[in-house]
Design a protein around this ligand. Structure first.
Ligand code: SAH
Ligand code: SF4
Ligand code: F3S
Length: 376
């Protein structure tokens, strides 16, 4: 039996796909080089923007073609999907499963498929975002040979008003220190050069150490830095509100820790930040950057911004440019606001900035970042 996985979205999804592949390998599946050759096709979806979802719908015409093929490929979807979209996609696929079910019902149902027994994917709609993320224990099939993703936490409790992630990925859940360290030690033994610690908000990590004592991200980073071996550590994404002094010091001192911080600020204007529920002001963010630059003089900073949030005036948009100019980011991921059903911003605010205006603002940010990096 062969499988094929198609991944959309961020590194978290890429990492989850490595765990899906790991499980299927353990069950005796082999990787197909083409979807048409697979018995099992899995689409790992992203819903962060509407454009991401639209692209996904396009892919499902595939299914009717696949079912006509000799293989009768079964198509399953997982990843970040809003309830509404699940209802729409349901009829087009053989099953939907929540990634937190990977080591539980998903495994059971796949074993039924392997034994040619009737499976319950359709009837059960395996879906439970409040489950513990024990699937992270699955031994992954890493995609790369020198750099490896190691998820340390998943889910999000922040509920930024525009964002689907708390709805699609469920509550924050952190792996234990022991589990993470074992995975990292294994990677070091296998000569991996770079360990990328992953999480929606890595710095809100709250795990347990071997004595059951609660530890934070700074403690975890320090322990990984103290492991012997020739490797580097990077991590993403960090939330400004959880960037403690203790953590900044650990990053500054850790000789294996890359001096790169991805710290999304999203918008420069205080009123917009409040409407976004980001829990900091422009001043808080700039003070934090000052502190980071002081402690880590060679730090490389990158960020995410959203342009055209509902009601964002030209003057408010200029505040975003101001922050970019002051900080001098190496890289800025620019997103045009996309209303997402079910989020607070969708319910409360009208998406009143036109597409062409969002595009114009996008270009203005883009040009500014170009200018900064060419001057530096
Ligand atoms: N946890 C990370 C971000 C995860 S989502 C953080 O808090 O920064 C990745 C990026 O997608 C976000 O930083 C944001 O810039 C963008 N994004 C999320 N929802 C969006 C939406 N509705 N419209 C446009 N961009 C969005
Ligand atoms: Fe989304 Fe905000 Fe959570 Fe990031 S912190 S995943 S932007 S809700
Ligand atoms: Fe997309 Fe989910 Fe990542 S919505 S950006 S795949 S966390």
């Amino acid at each position: 039996m062969k499988y094929f996985i198609k991944t959309f979205g961020c590194q978290m999804n890429a990492s989850d796909s490595e765990r899906i592949a790991g499980l299927l390998k353990e069950l005796g599946f082999q990787e197909a080089s083409k979807i048409q050759e697979a018995d099992l096709a899995i689409f790992n979806l992203c819903s962060v923007r509407q454009t991401a979802v639209d692209r996904i719908y396009g892919q499902f015409n595939l299914k009717s073609n696949l079912n006509k093929s000799k293989k009768k490929t079964k198509v399953f979807i997982t990843g970040c999907i809003l309830e509404n979209d699940k209802k729409k996609i349901k009829e087009k696929v053989d099953g939907i499963f929540d990634i937190r079910e990977l080591d539980k019902s998903f495994k059971k149902e796949i074993i039924k498929i392997l034994k040619n027994e009737k499976n319950d994917f359709k009837t059960k709609l395996l879906n439970n975002r409040d489950l513990e993320a024990t699937y992270l224990k699955i031994r992954p099939k890493y995609k790369f040979k020198d750099q490896a993703f190691v998820p340390i936490m998943t889910g999000c409790d922040n509920f930024c008003s525009y964002c689907v992630v708390p709805y699609t990925r469920g509550r924050e859940w952190s792996r234990s220190k022991e589990e993470i360290l074992n995975e990292v030690k294994d990677l070091i033994k296998n000569s991996y050069q770079e360990i990328v610690l992953l999480g929606q908000n890595v710095n809100s990590y709250k795990g347990k150490d071997e004595n059951g004592k609660e530890i934070d991200f700074a403690d975890l980073l320090k322990s990984i830095n103290n492991l012997s071996g020739n490797f580097q550590i990077s991590f993403l994404t960090s939330h400004p509100k959880d960037m403690s002094d203790k953590l900044i010091k650990v990053i500054a001192k850790g000789e294996k820790i890359k001096k790169e911080i991805h710290l999304p600020f999203q918008a420069g204007d205080d009123e917009i930040l409040k409407k976004m529920n980001r829990k900091y002001t422009q001043k808080d963010y700039l003070n934090l950057i000052e502190k980071i630059k002081k402690e880590i003089p060679n730090v490389i900073l990158s960020t995410d911004v959203i342009v055209g949030f509902p009601g964002e005036t030209e003057k408010q948009f200029q505040e975003t440019l101001k922050v970019i100019e002051k900080v001098g980011f190496k890289e800025v991921f620019i997103n045009k606001y996309s209303p997402r059903k079910g989020t607070i911003a969708f319910k409360k605010y009208q998406d009143n900035i036109s597409w062409s205006e969002k595009k114009r603002r996008w270009k203005e940010v883009f040009d500014l970042v170009e200018k900064i990096n060419n001057v530096l």
